[in-house]
Write a protein that binds this ligand. Structure first.
Ligand SMILES: Cc1cc2nc3c(=O)[nH]c(=O)nc-3n(C[C@H](O)[C@H](O)[C@H](O)COP(=O)(O)OP(=O)(O)OC[C@H]3O[C@@H](n4cnc5c(N)ncnc54)[C@H](O)[C@@H]3O)c2cc1C
Length: 506
């Protein structure tokens, strides 16, 4: 074992939305930060794929499979890279609504309260939006929570066909809004991400962070009292390394953070570190996602970002008073990698169609995503067997999701029937498909936060119960699953934890 003899102020594990953001804050505050990341820099050519390649190659799937409840292996759709999943995200950065922090009526029960309130995160949301250069339009989304000021940047222009659809949907009495997007100043790489707004900032700090890519953290080691992490063990290019820090932050994403804790079982913590409550790995959540294709009347570019959101059915509809979820356009077919993962819709189509036909389909369709939250279920969980990761997962709130999909189908058909609508037209079928288990990029909840050590893994500040210097900053701490992307909340919460850590180190 090679021992790094530097004693860092903070060792951060994982350089995604949470880890890179937090590392940058602490490095900028003058702390000695070590950022350990298992992936490497993702080449630009692999980041902005906008062609049929997306469907042809097994892109964006780490080689190591995970195993589902049936014991079958699957390759999760995600990346291990500097910047984590933000390197391939759609960069739609929305706030959770106030009520989501308090608990929401859902089809299968009530979602748990966070212990935190919207007001606790609001200033961190402001800062997160500024750091990630979020472009949006305040006041349009009828369910958006209150905000202190306008978005840092005005909304991005929409593809003309979407601009027209915005007007068409508004005529139906709906309130479509410009989706808030993280957008950089780089024309070569315009979509904002945690490499740019986290890793690069950490490297440019007065005390630049030490960034080790290709470093797979395998376990954490505690002192004899069992209350303090003394070492972080990582595999780098075939060697075993040990790193030490006053504080250690896990930010390896919802599945890998839980896996690292479970693999760190030892004499003092036989069922895994921070797992006296037996909650580590449990309550895995990921939103239900269905993609739906609408026929466009004339060709469009087929390559554009998500731009249009709708939350008319966020809290329910005329028939039910439980939450159904959100709708957004999916971006161009050849630009939105979630489509490539959504059988039987396009993954099957793409295998059968020749390239020009796939291009044709992309140019003549508008894509939509319907997203419904799930409830935490302790039986939906991550477990480990040595190197192997098992993911037991059965989604709930199924009927709510079906209702959302049918409600949206009904809405777009009404829009098409309006003689003033010209950019979309009636079609005999609306191909659709639900994202399978392998779509894990929006996962959360395996190390939930709470004030009761018997039912949660970290306290409301992000510190692991029973451990003095171990923190969790990533999506795994979410007590409930939002029906909008989790990214902005992950970033805001990481900023909040960074401020708490800075106070601890001072
Ligand atoms: C295709 C796709 C589209 C998405 N679109 C959106 C969107 O539009 N809006 C939104 O809000 N969210 C979106 N998301 C979700 C968003 O990317 C995640 O919620 C967010 O990145 C989670 O942040 P995190 O810090 O928890 O984890 P991640 O960003 O996944 O970061 C975890 C990091 O830890 C590293 N790591 C893992 N294991 C180890 C280990 N053992 N040792 C060292 N390093 C390790 C990983 O390589 C990674 O860099 C999308 C995700 C995907 C995949």
């Amino acid at each position: 074992m090679i021992i790094d003899d530097t004693l860092y102020d903070v060792v951060v594990i994982g350089s995604g939305a949470a880890g890179a953001t937090l590392a940058a804050e602490l490095a900028q505050a003058g702390r000695r930060v070590l950022l350990l990341e298992r992936g490497e820099r993702l080449p630009l050519v692999d980041q902005n794929v906008g062609d049929v390649e997306l469907f042809r190659r097994p892109r964006y799937h780490p080689e190591q499979p995970w195993f589902g409840s049936d014991g079958d292996p699957f390759n999760p759709q995600m990346v291990y890279a500097l910047g984590g999943n933000t390197k391939i995200w759609a960069a739609v950065l929305e706030r959770l609504r106030e009520a989501e922090f308090e608990g929401v009526a859902m089809q299968d029960g009530r979602s748990p309260a966070w212990g935190l309130h919207y007001g606790d995160l609001a200033p961190w949301y402001d800062r997160a939006e500024a750091l990630y250069r979020v472009h949006g339009q305040a006041g349009e989304d009828p369910t958006a929570p209150p905000r202190a000021a306008a978005y840092p940047y005005g909304p991005r222009p929409m593809e003309p066909v979407l601009e027209q659809l915005h007007a068409d949907l508004s005529r139906q009495g709906l309130r479509p809004y410009h989706l808030p997007l993280s957008w950089s100043e780089s024309s070569a790489d315009p979509i904002g991400d945690a490499e740019l707004f986290g890793v690069e900032r950490a490297l440019a700090a007065v005390t630049p962070a030490a960034v080790r890519s290709g470093a797979v953290v395998e376990a954490l080691h505690v002192d004899p009292s069992g209350r303090e992490v003394k070492g972080v063990e990582a595999r780098i290019a075939g060697d075993r390394w040990l790193f030490q820090g006053h504080q250690v932050v896990l930010a390896a994403g919802a599945v890998n953070t839980a896996a690292i804790l479970l693999r760190s079982a030892g004499e003092r913590h036989p069922s895994g570190l921070a797992n006296d409550s037996d909650q580590v790995g449990r309550n895995l959540m990921k939103p239900q996602l269905t993609a739906l294709l609408q026929r466009a009347s004339s060709p469009n570019s087929g390559r554009y970002s998500p731009a249009l959101g709708l939350t008319e059915y966020y809290w329910g509809d005329k028939n039910v008073d439980y939450a159904l979820g959100s709708i957004r356009n999916g971006g161009g077919v050849l630009q939105d990698l979630l489509f490539a993962e959504s059988p039987p819709l396009l993954s099957l189509v793409s295998r059968l169609l020749p390239d020009p036909a796939l291009e044709w389909l992309a140019d003549r369709s508008i894509t939509w995503w319907a997203m419904t939250a799930v409830l935490p279920d302790p039986e939906n969980r991550v477990t480990v067997r040595g190197e192997r990761i098992d993911v037991a997962y059965i989604p709930n709130n199924r009927e709510a999701h079906d209702r959302l999909v049918y409600r949206w189908l009904d809405t777009i058909q009404k829009t098409e029937a309006d003689p003033a609508t010209t950019v979309v037209q009636r079609a005999p079928i609306y191909p659709r498909g639900e994202a399978p288990l392998s779509v894990m990029g929006l996962a959360c909840g395996t190390c939930r936060m709470g004030s009761d050590p018997a039912s949660s893994v970290v306290n409301l500040e992000g510190r692991c119960h029973g451990l003095e210097n171990l923190w969790i900053a990533d999506a795994s701490v979410f007590p409930s699953c939002p029906a909008v992307g989790p990214g902005l909340t992950v970033i805001a919460n990481a900023l909040r934890i960074a401020a708490r850590l800075e106070a601890e180190l001072a």
